[in-house]
Design a protein around this ligand. Structure first.
Ligand code: FAD
Length: 365
């Protein structure tokens, strides 16, 4: 996973950043290339970004990040019980209760439903459906030795953007491993077929792309793929003493790599307000509700817009490339609102950038 400074800042606050650094990789730059011809379009200087935001941009294996939190929770006395299938939620006089598939009932002063994209809590409390993007992701993590002969970067996060597809590469686990993610629009999904995103579509989607991508395709795991869904933003996350958190509240498309980060920010903001308000759970929930939904709404909608920008074709692709090539590697216009300090109140929320419309005249170079 990519975790940006707004997340590593929270890891630092929890005393987990040094261990995360040991497990992950601090890339030098995030580089965007054209997937068709392989040329560099733009980059973000991540060493400079660390100076600006105070903590680094990092890539870390998902299971290593999970392990880090798990260990910290155990040390803090959290009682983690797995395989507890929650089937329903209800408010009570002084709190809320959950019922499990086996019939057991648990009550608490506060219930946080962090049950992901297909959240049962959201189905019960909101009743909306995930939105299919018709895009699908394949992943492949291999020992770095298997890709050294390819034209890869061992220091950067590289994103190739192309018509209806993109391809991501970065080193992991102190540089011992190399991760590649291939994402494309499924024609079968667009045609309404049930069986979409299959490996034959993967190969077809990247057939005309630059050699480095085609070299990476055989290394993708082909027995599992992830269909990409998000949901339309909702502005109410708190229902009595039941609160939604993470993907249950705001699943994004992954293009700006903020999904897990938003979940971590949600937890941080809620915990800060609970600590401030002591037993005043309702006040803490109101403060959480006041600050998080608007920020996450912007992330969800920006992720959709970013996907459109990445996947452009023909003239629009050329126009996008011109705009990106004119950008400086230390221009933070697009990321300040994301990577700055996580706001605890709406007043602290950084202002969002103004998106550049694609019909803007080309910059003179
Ligand atoms: C290809 C891809 C790449 C991504 N890359 C990044 C990235 O680089 N950076 C980033 O920040 N984000 C990234 N994301 C997004 C990120 O994975 C999600 O936003 C994040 O996992 C959401 O965390 P969550 O805890 O809210 O939900 P989940 O990770 O989905 O966890 C939900 C949990 O709830 C449990 N659960 C579900 N139903 C029930 C039930 N009824 N009872 C009890 N438990 C239940 C599930 O078992 C699961 O453990 C990426 C996503 C994809 C698909």
């Amino acid at each position: 996973m990519q975790i940006a400074p707004n997340c590593t800042r929270i890891l630092d606050a929890y005393g987990l950043l040094d261990e995360a650094k040991r497990l992950g990789v601090l890339p030098a730059a995030m580089v965007m290339k054209d997937a068709v011809d392989g040329t560099v379009l733009t980059s973000l200087d991540l060493k400079d970004a660390e100076r600006r935001y105070g903590t680094p941009y990092m890539v870390i294996h998902r299971s290593d990040l999970h392990g880090l939190f798990l260990e910290a929770c155990r040390k803090a006395g959290v009682d983690l019980r797995t395989s507890q299938d929650v089937t329903s939620y209800a408010n009570t006089e002084n709190g809320a209760r959950v019922t499990l598939a086996g019939g057991a009932v648990h009550e608490a002063s506060l219930v946080i439903a962090a049950d992901g994209l297909h959240s049962g809590a959201r189905a019960q409390l909101v009743g909306d459906e995930p939105v299919s993007s018709a895009y699908v992701a394949y992943r492949g993590t291999v020992p770095i030795g298997r890709v050294r002969e390819n034209d890869i970067s061992e220091t950067d996060v590289v994103v190739y953007v192309g018509p209806g597809c993109h391809f991501v590469q970065y080193p992991l686990r102190g540089g011992e491993m190399f991760n590649q993610v291939a994402v494309f629009e499924s024609r079968k999904a667009l045609a309404g077929e049930e069986d979409w995103g299959t490996p034959d579509e993967l190969d077809a989607a990247f057939a005309g792309m630059t050699g480095n991508i085609r070299n990476g395709l055989p290394l993708m795991g082909r027995d599992r793929w992830w269909r990409m869904f998000d949901r339309d933003p909702i502005m109410t996350w708190v229902y009595g003493r039941i609160g939604l958190l993470g993907d249950a509240a705001h699943p994004p498309l992954q293009y700006i790599a903020q999904g897990a980060i938003m979940a971590i920010e949600d937890g941080y903001v809620l915990a800060e307000h609970l600590a401030r308000h002591g037993t005043g759970v309702d006040k803490a929930l109101a403060a959480y509700q006041a600050v998080r939904p608007e920020h996450c709404r912007r992330v969800v909608l920006t992720s959709r817009a970013w996907g459109k920008l990445w996947h452009l074709d023909c003239e629009k692709r050329e126009r996008r490339n011109d705009i990106l090539r004119a950008r400086e590697a230390t221009d933070y216009t697009f990321v300040d609102w994301l990577y700055s300090i996580t706001a605890l109140t709406p007043e602290q929320e950084p202002v969002m950038f103004q998106a550049i419309p694609l019909d803007t005249p080309a910059p003179v170079r």
